[in-house]
Write a protein that binds this ligand. Sequence first.
Ligand code: PRP
Length: 200
Amino acid sequence: MSIANSQPFRPHHLDPDVRPSEADIESVLLSHDQIQTRVAELGAQISRDYAGKDPVFVSVLVGAFMFTGDLLRNITIPCSLDFMAISSYGKESRSSGVVRVMKDLDESVESRHVIIIEDIIDTGLTLNYLLENIRNRNVASVKVAAFLDKPSRRLTDVKVDYAGFEVPDEFVIGYGLDFAQRYRNFPYVGILRPEVYGGK
Ligand code: PRP
């Protein structure tokens, strides 16, 4: 494959001249390198645990898109991928507990080993709904891979089988996570300045 026409590699810096919205970040909680190392570990672990099981990953849009890409690059066994889109928060930053399926799976997961991929488990209400939804499809098994786990905010008892990082109760953005649909493209996880979202 020729790369003659590709753009030169440009590393990401915390440089407001390069990416103005980075001024909204109070601090970097998880660097790109930390994330890549941990996601590779998770991929290796899942590949070992699911050898011979041909699992199907169910990625929950939109937040999980970046974690999904990196995780699946680290899966070394046969597997498949499908997506669900659900609406839980709307434009609010607090959980309403109301979950609506906006896009369902394209293929049946009956008798399959399902691994739900989420970006963050906060109150756990969304995951609670998803687990019940997937279990009702007569799957062989269902487990959860979540990039971030914020257990201090839990309102329901859900188990995260593969957790990337446990995070404190801060407003975290980046690596798929947004505030008002922004910051999802950041390759690291940052803590948002409270004045940006009108908090604290
Ligand atoms: C986020 C996240 C989880 C959910 C977790 O989704 O992706 O689905 O909230 O919160 P909970 O544990 O309190 O239920 P969000 O509705 O923000 O949508 P997004 O993935 O499109 O950002």
